[in-house]
Structure formats: structure tokens, C-alpha cells
Write a protein that binds this ligand. Structure first.
Ligand code: ZN
Length: 104
């Protein structure tokens, strides 16, 4: 897939990793990217269940959040442009990213 800039490409490659990332989503005929922020890697989420009871932590604790985006936060390119050009390649990415999406 041809990305608008190297920074956005790095975010796409960082999907599921702690920090900011861009996650491809295809839902109900719409194809778009979500800006996702994670407090820990996706693979480490089950460890959050091991936090000892009685600790004074925010409850509920948000460890990941996302929001749909239309433009690259780095260069301002309208993302729909290269999503359309990517065709099936975007769908493959969206299918691979599906386990990373956060339920509303
Ligand atoms: Zn960009």
C-alpha cells in the first residue's frame, strides 16, 4: 500500500503496540482508519486482570481508546484517497487489524 508519508506508515505498522497507532477498519461498507492509543500492547491486556485487588487505581481503567480519522495527522492528506487506491490490499489490512479494534 502506498502511504501518504513515512510517519503514517509507521503508525499503521505499530497497530496493537503501546502508544499511538493507526488501525485500518472496514465496517458496513465503510473503509477508514482509526487513531488508536494504547496504554499497553494488545498481547499484554490479559495481564491487566492480574492487578491486585485493593490497589487505589481509577475504576474503570481505560487502557486503549480510538477515534476515526479522515486526514493524516502528520501531512494532512485525505486518507480516503489512498484507501481507495489500495483496493483489496486495504481490506486485507482491515481483516488483520479486526482483533485490535475496541468495542464502543
Ligand atoms: Zn501523511
Amino acid at each position: 500500500m502506498n502511504y501518504c508519508c513515512d510517519n503514517f506508515k509507521r503508525w499503521v505498522q505499530s497497530a496493537g503496540v503501546r502508544g499511538f497507532s493507526a488501525v485500518a477498519q472496514s465496517d458496513c461498507g465503510y473503509r477508514f482508519f482509526c487513531l488508536q492509543a494504547r496504554g499497553c500492547d494488545k498481547q499484554d491486556e490479559p495481564k491487566m486482570k492480574n492487578i491486585p485487588k485493593g490497589l487505589d487505581i481509577p475504576n474503570p481503567l481505560t487502557i486503549a481508546m480510538q477515534v476515526g480519522i479522515q486526514y493524516c495527522p502528520f501531512c494532512g492528506t485525505q486518507l480516503a484517497t489512498f484507501i481507495a487506491e489500495a483496493g483489496d490490499e486495504f481490506q486485507v489490512l482491515a481483516d488483520a487489524n479486526r482483533p485490535l479494534l475496541i468495542d464502543p
